[in-house]
Design a binder for this molecule. Structure first.
Ligand SMILES: [Ca+2]
Ligand SMILES: [Ca+2]
Ligand SMILES: [Ca+2]
Length: 429
């Protein structure tokens, strides 16, 4: 028994030309994909038959030339290997149909992608005809992990991750699931055998825990299902910002920052060695987020800047390739002992160049540049400061003395393409 895709049935039932069919006044071509078992979804690793059906509504025989079928993932990066079955028809008799048959198997690389099949032919009546079919391909073994991004709650607590494996095949799936964590993280199990019934689902939990106090930043847990599927979840170790031990005076002197959360700002030299160029301190109260940034810079110029990106809602990027969302904002600090400026350089979904009156002070001592700033929470609307509330941010240091600019980031997602997904969460405590 053959089961033809519902989309194509619709195409054939309707008299009007549909995406899969072109009315040229001569022959018509449609693309049909089917399998020998019920079609719940198109899956990888399973053979399918494909037909190019040419219909001749005219009263004359139509000769066919250059019959062709191409299948590609919609992002064009995977081509499907389509094999002909038997000889292609050379003509379609008056009022009849002719079918060219093919077989194909979707490779694992098109799992979760749309595949576009385009059939074409040259007809002696009606000229060039084209037919198209789009299908969403499901991996034969489907893996889901929740959450897909995790912010660690503390240095001690276990954080649970739910995993489900769906078997779309009509045979038992068994294999080994391997978990690998970034250094500094521990997962509750590293390798387990899993058996999933035909068309069945198996779900399990594992937990992730820091091995000790983790440096705030980005970590990951990688999962491998029997070498067939690989995925990962982003694990962020947040900065835990506290209320200041004594009230912070925005004066460029950092003696009032004792005990505050701090992170190192460092850059990778020659791809292997980290060089620390500075540090950033975090503190908060009900009015402000306080930041103090100290960087080593032997030549302080008015073009040296610090860029701070904020993602109040931790809601990812504008597009797959990155970009600020409407809630995000960016402040650029320009230090000069004669008068420093805090510019709002991104807000409300567009670039800005607004000089703010955010309290900001800059000082120099030896080769150290110090930036101290109190950012009112009103700048971070709709974010509301409270114990346990979190947002994400990143810091970019631009050392710009007239020649090439040296950029050093804490967090990421500010140098080059802006991407708030790379910002690091800050949790208020
Ligand atoms: Ca101070
Ligand atoms: Ca400089
Ligand atoms: Ca955002």
């Amino acid at each position: 028994m053959k089961f033809v895709a519902a989309a194509i049935m619709l195409t054939l039932l309707c008299g009007l030309p549909m995406p899969g069919q072109c009315d040229t006044g001569g022959c018509k071509l449609s693309v049909e994909l089917f399998s020998d078992s019920p079609l719940l979804s198109y899956i990888t690793g399973k053979p399918y038959s494909l037909n190019l059906r040419l219909t001749n509504p005219t009263g004359d025989e139509i000769a066919l030339e250059e019959l062709e079928i191409v299948g590609r993932s919609d992002n064009k990066d995977v081509a499907i290997d389509i094999k002909p079955v038997g000889d292609a028809p050379k003509s379609v008799a008056a009022g009849q149909e002719a079918v060219a048959s093919y077989t194909l198997t979707f490779p694992e690389t098109v799992g979760n992608k749309v595949v576009v099949f385009t059939g074409s032919a040259k007809c002696s009546i009606g000229g060039d005809v084209k037919g198209e079919l789009q299908v969403l391909v499901t991996p034969s073994i489907e893996l889901t992990m929740l959450p897909t991004r995790m912010i660690l709650k503390s240095s001690k607590e276990e954080n649970r991750v739910g995993v489900s494996v769906i078997n779309h095949l009509d045979s038992m799936f068994s294999g080994k699931i391997t978990l690998n964590a970034s250094p500094g993280l521990k997962v509750s199990s590293t390798a387990d055998n899993i058996r999933v019934d035909p068309y069945g689902l198996e779900a399990f939990l594992f937990s992730v825990k820091p091995e000790g106090a983790l440096v705030p930043g980005h970590y990951a847990v990688y999962i491998d299902v029997a070498g067939k599927l690989k995925d990962w979840i982003a694990i962020d170790a947040p900065v835990f910002a506290n209320k200041p031990a004594e009230s912070i005076v925005v004066d460029g002197k950092l003696g009032d920052w004792k005990g505050a959360a701090a992170v190192a700002i460092a850059r990778l030299i020659d791809g292997s060695k980290w060089e620390k160029i500075g540090k950033a301190h975090f503190a908060w109260d009900k009015t402000n987020l306080y930041l103090a940034i100290e960087v080593s810079d032997d030549n302080q110029c008015s073009t040296d800047t610090i860029v701070i990106g904020f993602d109040p809602n931790i809601n990812g990027a504008k597009a797959a390739g990155g970009g600020y969302n409407d809630d995000d904002y960016e402040i650029t600090l320009r230090g000069a002992e004669a008068g420093s400026t805090a510019l709002l350089t991104w807000s409300a979904g567009k670039p800005q160049d607004i000089q703010t009156d955010i309290p900001f002070a800059f000082s120099r001592e030896g080769d150290k540049s110090r930036y101290e700033i109190a950012i009112p929470w009103s700048e971070a609307k709709p974010f509301k400061p409270a114990k346990g509330a979190k947002f994400a941010m990143s810091i970019l240091v631009n050392d710009s003395d007239g020649g090439a600019v040296t950029q050093t980031e804490w967090g990421g997602g500010l140098a080059g393409q802006v991407d708030p997904r790379k910002f690091v969460p800050v949790v208020l405590q």
